[in-house]
Design a protein around this ligand. Sequence first.
Ligand SMILES: Nc1ncnc2c1ncn2[C@@H]1O[C@H](COP(=O)(O)OP(=O)(O)O)[C@@H](O)[C@H]1O
Ligand SMILES: [Mg+2]
Length: 198
Amino acid sequence: MTIRTDLPSRQQLRNMLRERRRALSAAAQQQAAEAVCQQLLSTLTKQTRLIAGYLANDGEVILNPTLSACQQRGVAVSLPVLHPFSGKHLLFQHYTPQTPMTHNRFGISEPELNSTQIHLLNHHDMLLMPLVGFDANGNRLGMGGGFYDRTLAHLHHLSKRPLLVGLAHDCQQVDALPVEAWDIPLDCIVTPTQIINL
Ligand SMILES: Nc1ncnc2c1ncn2[C@@H]1O[C@H](COP(=O)(O)OP(=O)(O)O)[C@@H](O)[C@H]1O
Ligand SMILES: [Mg+2]
């Protein structure tokens, strides 16, 4: 067997793509946030009641305008919270501007855990996930922790499942991502200029 050394590894791709998104100016980030907000609002229907979002970190597409716009339209919003004991899994907790927040072990802002405010995965209509990288086939490269892959691993057993939507800047796109068996593919990718339905 020959080992190809000309293709970048997943970790090399992560480093390159994270650098790219961190290099975007504050103005470019603001423009991207507004464009993605418009794109996402156009995909909401009367049936959309609950979506999971995230708070941007490390140059990810800023989602605050989208989350506010959803709440104004009566769509409930949840945010990911690190599972307190089930290693490297996420919970999704109800979020409003009044929700008490804390910082998790990665320094990312998340709601203070409140078990009465947790929304089950299958109660969501849409899950908005930040991408480090993506390709036109709906493959997703994350930060490398596998949190979403673990959390979504049993999704196909659920009778109702949320639409899995990846959010990224256009500069996060690559021709083809190396995929692993555990990677959960996306249903849709939204960038400031594209909506890719898979
Ligand atoms: N369903 C799963 N069960 C157990 N481990 C998993 C699962 N999904 C991913 N992982 C582990 O998480 C790690 C990171 O996954 P990876 O897909 O590379 O990260 P990311 O999705 O954040 O880019 C991998 O080493 C993988 O073994
Ligand atoms: Mg993965």
